[in-house]
Design a protein around this ligand. Structure first.
Ligand code: JHZ
Length: 403
């Protein structure tokens, strides 16, 4: 569905297109065979003239996006485990103990850690595959979070002291309904913790590969506030985190200023965000995206001259946009190595490059195109043997460089 009305403030015909990335298949669907015919969906990004929310203009229905074949398992990126440990410790230090709902808990990577730290936890997630990995003692609902689902959860378990939602607010098709759901599951003193990929980092890092159909909205603190405040929530604190190449984690409550005063770091970060409301900021991304495509193709071609085995590292969802937009397919990359068992033995969406487990790589390539560029430091640490033997990483963003 092509939309021109804003998904946040609801303004009619307020979306202005600034980036057209062509048509791509769904990023978390990995075809089982080279011959699988995949549906492609247009991928266009716009900005609301009224509330400035950057958002996709092409909306794929939820049941198509998150069906049985959904391939993202949080725990598969093992080098991210310290991140979840630190996150759980931080929540324990700040919040103490109480009842906690995690929205989009996926395979329970964070939820299990919170359970182990004494929170009385419940999870909600529509992706059945990952949800099946949550330990049995943790109650879960195999549903997409909505006002209706929130009512059911509350009637079963009451309201929660804390709600945590990572990497999901950007994914929801109905932001206002999601906020209503948050309002239902929380009481006056509840704390809501939302983590979303940060628009500021997307722009400065040229991270155009974050644009794919699962990600429908791209937030700054300002655009988050513009949706949360009308729904009765006040952001009182925010921190930047390194997740996904740069995210913001915000803390919000139902307007109890006295209990939760707004922090200086939140106020100063929000004050420095005027540039993210500018049309020009978004428009300027377009030229850089094309430039990245051209120089990446040039470097990949050079890597093929001598030596000549080039593989991908990490069959990430975001690589669907990068590979399809740049036209990098199985004629360029011999394989993509990935730690997610579910993706192994399959092919990358659209570009049909074989995905293999680390133990099944035919040999180490000469160059890896780093599709999981957001884990660069951790991957360099885990691949010292490869680099010490002369192996190179081609890092595509913020601008293509051979390391
Ligand atoms: P990673 C996913 O995006 C999908 P992706 C989703 N739409 C979303 O919003 C974000 O996460 C938050 C592999 N890998 O985390 C494992 C290795 O193989 O950047 C996974 O397939 N070796 C829900 O997919 C993929 O990368 C490694 O050493 O872009 C995870 O990629 C590492 C570190 C990862 O998210």
């Amino acid at each position: 569905m092509y939309r021109t009305d804003c998904g946040s403030c609801g303004s009619i015909r307020s979306l202005n297109l600034f980036l057209d990335l062509g048509a791509t298949p769904l990023a978390d669907r990995f075809p089982e065979s080279r011959d699988t015919v995949e549906e492609r969906w247009p991928l266009r990004v716009g900005m609301c003239q009224r509330c400035n929310l950057v958002q996709l203009m092409d909306i794929v229905p939820d049941d198509v996006l998150y069906g049985a074949d959904y391939a993202y398992y949080t725990g598969a990126a093992r080098s991210h485990n310290p991140y979840w440990d630190a996150y759980a410790d931080m929540l324990k230090d700040r919040l103490g103990r109480g009842s906690l709902l995690e929205v989009a808990c996926n395979d329970g990577s964070l939820l299990t850690r919170l359970h182990d730290r004494g929170f009385d936890v419940v999870g909600v997630d529509p992706a059945n595959g990952p949800l099946a990995l949550v330990p049995d003692e943790i109650p879960t609902y195999p549903l997409a979070f909505s006002a209706e689902v929130a009512e059911k959860v509350v009637s079963d378990r009451g309201q929660f002291d804390f709600v945590v939602a990572n990497n999901v607010f950007a994914h929801v098709s109905n932001l206002n309904d999601f906020c209503k759901a948050l309002a239902k599951v929380t009481h006056r003193h509840s704390v809501v913790v939302l983590e979303v990929q940060y628009l500021g980092d997307l722009v400065t890092g040229n991270q155009f590969d974050h644009f794919y159909h699962e990600h429908r909205s791209f937030f700054s603190l300002r655009t988050l506030e513009r949706i949360l405040i009308p729904n009765g929530f006040v952001i009182y604190d925010a921190v930047r985190t390194p997740a996904q190449g740069g995210s913001i984690r915000i803390f919000a409550s139902k307007g109890a200023y006295f209990t939760y005063p707004q922090t200086d770091r939140f106020l100063s970060m929000r004050a420095g965000e005027a540039w993210l409301d500018e049309w020009f900021t978004m428009e300027s991304l377009v030229g850089r995206v094309d430039h990245i495509r051209d120089s990446l193709l040039e470097l990949v071609e050079k890597a093929h001259e001598f030596p000549d085995v080039v593989a991908g590292y990490g069959a990430t969802a975001k690589s669907c946009t990068l590979l399809n937009y740049c036209g990098i397919d199985a004629s360029t990359l011999d394989w993509v190595v990935d730690t997610t068992p579910w993706k192994q033995g399959r092919f990358t969406p659209g570009t049909k490059i074989p995905v293999v487990a680390p133990k099944d790589e035919p040999a180490k390539p000469d160059v890896y195109l780093l599709l999981a560029w957001n884990y660069l430091p951790a991957i360099l640490r885990q691949e010292t043997m490869f680099t010490s033997q002369g192996g190179k990483f081609l890092v595509p963003l913020p601008k293509p460089v051979l390391l």
